[in-house]
Design a protein around this ligand. Structure first.
Ligand code: HEC
Length: 126
């Protein structure tokens, strides 16, 4: 009985711990949509990430983990582009997760901060 209780407690703390570990990896898609506009990303990548200029990649519909990795790489120098190094350098890790989460592959057109993205925010894990 005691042994079983100890085991259950161990399992429970394990679950709690991993829930906590995942919690910080969730991006907030709604905040991300706002940051995307505030930080001036729209100027090049277009409204909702749907760039119309071939020089600027379309971000809408990209996988969140791909975008987060790309931004992290620009920030840390693993991927080099003068413009994007500057832009990503100004983003915190939280900003990166939020902005990446706002690109929703599940939503029509992969729109940033659409109502659909917001309702899907909880299922996007980076
Ligand atoms: C002045 C124009 C400009 C602005 C502003 C800008 N970007 Fe970019 N972005 C680019 C260009 C050009 C590239 C392609 C760079 C390359 O070849 O690696 C790029 C690439 C990217 C990529 C990689 C896309 C891919 O398909 O690999 C991401 C992600 C990205 N930008 C996100 C952002 C975010 C988020 C912001 C706002 C914080 C932002 N960008 C602001 C011009 C811009």
């Amino acid at each position: 009985m005691t042994r079983r209780l100890v085991f259950s407690l161990g399992l429970l703390s394990c679950l709690l711990f991993s829930a906590q570990a995942f919690a910080i990896e969730y991006g907030d898609a709604h905040a991300g949509g706002q940051k995307y506009q505030q930080k001036g990303c729209t100027g090049c990548h277009g409204e909702g990430g749907r760039s119309s200029a071939p020089t600027f990649p379309i971000l809408a519909g990209q996988y969140a983990d791909y975008l987060a990795t790309a931004l992290q790489d620009y920030k840390e120098g693993g991927r080099k582009n003068p413009t994007m190094s500057g832009m990503a350098g100004g983003l915190s890790e939280e900003d990166i997760y939020d902005i990446a989460s706002a690109q929703c592959t599940q939503c029509p057109g992969g729109m940033i901060d659409s109502a659909c993205c917001r309702s899907n925010a909880a299922v996007i894990r980076l």
